[in-house]
Design a protein around this ligand. Structure first.
Ligand code: DER
Length: 228
């Protein structure tokens, strides 16, 4: 209950930072949905006028439920702001994302946004990134990517569906390899090394956006706001 309250506090504060007329990147995950809920309220009661670019089918479905008008990166290649969650955040505001398997479109939206609000509960704040790194892989090339990730020191695991037999298939038609690298000494270097593997389409390390990220950490009663 406390974690839900902290997620809600973070989401609501993020939604309050969205200004009229903005085009907003809409992330995926349970925390960002509190921000979407609040945006829906502001649209309905205050007449807030915004458009959202969803990062997954789930974000698009939730946005429609909350009455948030949708648009696309085609119409708006540059976004005013993006709101998203994270699995881990380190002191340099480098992130691990991808628990929800939406990391590829999330990174495209993060890259397009002038400002990024990351909404988390306190358990996500760490000194060193050490969670498994999700890697979106082209099924055609998955065996070779698996081998290259192993050579980088990972223990890759194909993410299996829960209510679907076989691998999770992302909104882009690809597989996810969850790669346990243990504590990651140089996240930026690892992100670049993974990006150099043909068929590894994207990974959940977000190490180059620290300057435009503001992290909103929901606490029991309020929020802590962290930026570089
Ligand atoms: O999949 C993602 O990247 C999500 O943003 C995830 O990292 C956070 O999801 P949560 O807010 O449900 O913990």
């Amino acid at each position: 209950a406390e974690q839900a309250a902290s997620k809600q506090n973070a989401g609501y504060l993020a939604a309050g930072m969205v200004e009229d007329g903005m085009v907003v990147g809409l992330g995926t995950g349970s925390t960002v949905f509190f921000a979407m809920e609040r945006l829906g309220e502001r649209i309905a009661t205050d007449g807030l006028s915004i458009a959202g670019v969803p990062t997954s089918y789930q974000a698009a479905i939730r946005a429609r439920q909350y009455g948030i008008p949708l648009t696309s990166l085609d119409e708006h290649p540059e976004l005013d702001i993006a709101i998203d969650g994270a699995d881990q955040v380190d002191p340099a505001l480098r992130l691990i994302k991808g628990r929800g398997a939406a990391l590829l479109r999330e990174k495209c939206v993060c890259d397009a946004a002038k400002k990024v609000l990351i909404v988390v509960d306190p358990t996500k704040m760490v000194d060193t990134l050490d969670a498994p790194v999700p890697v979106e892989v082209l099924p055609f090339a998955s065996a070779g990517v698996f081998r290259r990730l192993t050579l980088l020191g990972a223990v890759p695991v194909v993410r299996e569906g829960v209510k679907k037999d076989g691998p999770v298939v992302t909104d882009n038609g690809n597989f996810i390899l969850d790669c346990d690298f243990k504590a990651i000494a140089d996240p930026g270097r690892l992100e670049a090394e993974i990006a150099s593997i043909p068929g590894a389409l994207e990974c959940g390390l977000f190490c180059t956006y620290g300057e435009k990220i503001t992290v909103i950490v929901g606490e029991g009663k309020g929020c802590r706001v962290v930026s570089l």
